[in-house]
Design a binder for this molecule. Sequence first.
Ligand SMILES: C[S@@+](CC[C@H](N)C(=O)[O-])C[C@H]1O[C@@H](n2cnc3c(N)ncnc32)[C@H](O)[C@@H]1O
Length: 246
Amino acid sequence: MDPLKQSFASTRLNKRMRVLSLKDLDAYSAYTLLNQNELRLCIEALVTHHTRFFREDEHFEKLSSQLLVDTAGVIKLWCAACSSGEEAYTLAIILDQWSRKGTERRYVIQASDISEQAVSVARAGIYRQSALALPQTDWLARYFQKGTGSQLGKCRVKAEFRAKINFHSHNLLTPAVEKIARDGPYDVIFCRNVLIYFEKSTQQAVIGNLLSCLKPGGHLIVGMAEHVDIQVQKITSLGSGVYKKM
Ligand SMILES: C[S@@+](CC[C@H](N)C(=O)[O-])C[C@H]1O[C@@H](n2cnc3c(N)ncnc32)[C@H](O)[C@@H]1O
């Protein structure tokens, strides 16, 4: 393992190793491989959930001005590595805004993350109001319900928009789980700010899994600081983390 990644893993897993009285990462890995519950705790300790609404908003701008225009029939989106849901709800807002401007179109949004904790936060759709930072102030009332009493300062995505997204727990290193695969192939897949945590060969495997769920001519969007090797995969780069499947 890359020494930097090894040191990162040791730091994150230190507490679990102490609880279990295991002396190093090798001993912890051997234990974890035989223990499903520890594997879940290990995943939760390792993942980083940093995200926000309209993060890297150039992608959402491109989605509504260009990528959606190229679609036909039911629009199918998959938000892979959705963390606590902000990215998936941003997609629902964009789709709603887009439908309001033109012909109403049916759409499907699947969203997934390896972390079961993140997926349950995403399903609940409750966020601090101060963390919303929406591009238009009237979107707060349109898409969210303000909390009162013990929920003061928090907002919940309105039920009708929560119902637009199906959240699942899914590991990108494996082929898409049945519930995600059956809605495919997808027009656009967002898989942003997660590839950086993987080694090169793992990145290729993840991209391969994602591309197998994408329509020919469909788009894969990765984080602005991430890159996909277009020599290895059958895709073209449109710049800023946007790729088109050939
Ligand atoms: C930094 S967040 C990015 C969230 C969002 N895509 C964004 O750009 O704001 C990375 C997410 O990837 C998830 N993740 C890490 N490894 C994963 C894997 N193998 N399969 C699925 N999700 C994974 C983490 O749980 C975390 O929620």
